[in-house]
Design a protein around this ligand. Sequence first.
Ligand SMILES: Cc1cc2nc3c(=O)[nH]c(=O)nc-3n(C[C@H](O)[C@H](O)[C@H](O)COP(=O)(O)OP(=O)(O)OC[C@H]3O[C@@H](n4cnc5c(N)ncnc54)[C@H](O)[C@@H]3O)c2cc1C
Length: 442
Amino acid sequence: MNTYDVIVIGSGPAGNAAAYGFKEQGKKVAIIESDLWGGTCPNRGCDPKKMLMSGVEAQKRVSTMIGKGFKQVPNINWEDLMAFKRSYTDHVPENTKTGLDEAEIDRYQGQAEFVDAHNIMANDQTLSADQFLIATGQRPAVLPIDGSDLLQSSTDFLALEHLPKRVAFIGAGYIAFELAVIANAAGSEVHIIHHNERPLKEFDKELVDDLVNHLEAEGIHFHFNINIKSIELSQPNYKIVGEGFELMTDMVIGATGRVPNVEGLHLDRAGVAFDKRGIQVDDHLQTTQATIFACGDVLAKSQPKLTPVAGFEANYVVQAMKAGSTEKISYPLIPTIVFGDQRLARIGVSEKELAEHAKKYHSQTIDLSSWYTYQRINDQGASIKLVYDEQDQIVAITCLSQLADELINYLLLVLSKKMSHEEVAKYIFAYPSPASDLSYFI
Ligand SMILES: Cc1cc2nc3c(=O)[nH]c(=O)nc-3n(C[C@H](O)[C@H](O)[C@H](O)COP(=O)(O)OP(=O)(O)OC[C@H]3O[C@@H](n4cnc5c(N)ncnc54)[C@H](O)[C@@H]3O)c2cc1C
């Protein structure tokens, strides 16, 4: 039987980063992957999405300049854009495997299932280890309705050979918004159907409403307060049926959240507790079994399930699993973004906390569209909302703009370092750029 110091389960951003970390500590390491090496982010998540989004960004940039040197909005050729995406994604599994082989980390392909707390099965082989790290991520949730087998997922969308004429997204989280923006820009008739009237609930409502208005003006159809009852195949199309609601479409994407990959692992045999949100860990990312740790999207946690968070936890857990104790994990500020032509980005105290203790906070929203940085690119919806506590300290920031992703990263540094206006003003930033406006916000 092959025996290791540590076995990592899952080769996504969390598992992979940790496997390299263990190896650097001189440990004998193996990693098990049941599907695509590299995991969700580079194969069917952030990276392919952003490859497709590149086409959208190029198109939208021209569309804001119509009548200002440009006459026509360019069409997106879906097949070519997909080929561009594949020029990246096709190489991910092989490159991941090569990297692991070069680092002398043993690889096993197969669904891992615990035999007990020290033994695991993968592809009919039993492996044993002193410690395990579970980093099995999540998969799309499937809405429990009649015809749920007709639903497709973000994974299917990101691999579409041909774009259908009509696409409907059920659910209005960040993945639905982003894929809807891509499909709409590429020429599909796009619908987003949501069970209440509060899409993107982790983001500020005022700016979410602005984003929805912007996307409606771009042609995306929103349907709020619709509870979907069933999906029917009405060859060659689909009929989405809710109470007092019917919609014909060519493709239905279920985007109603993601669920942790825990079932196949037989965690009960290893004494690892989990619930429907994921694996339960303490402040050291240790599970209910002392020799088994977990990190990344598979955790039951309140932090956003994102690639840089998974990487942060992986780096932490490599130290935490070393003999001797470490300090509790302490998360820094985490930026969250909805990508698109207009991007919505936020950092700081959660919307839930802001709503629950509304009296403690006050805010101001600044229209940025006439500021030179934004006027120059005709960023008509650009705005920023700053939320302050009772001591007038900024505790949360949301921005909506073509440049929101860049701006939020600068603001992240400013807030993390608790920089005052005077400190920010000491720096000379390249002008004109989002950074050169920083001292006006702080
Ligand atoms: C459409 C989409 C867009 C996204 N966009 C962004 C973005 O813009 N920015 C961002 O930061 N994040 C984004 N994310 C989230 C990001 O992809 C995840 O946070 C990240 O991949 C989590 O890494 P992980 O290693 O925890 O899990 P994963 O990347 O999911 O990796 C887990 C791996 O474990 C494997 N596995 C599962 N069960 C077993 C088993 N029993 N045995 C062996 N292997 C197993 C899986 O096959 C998978 O390869 C996006 C996700 C999606 C779906």
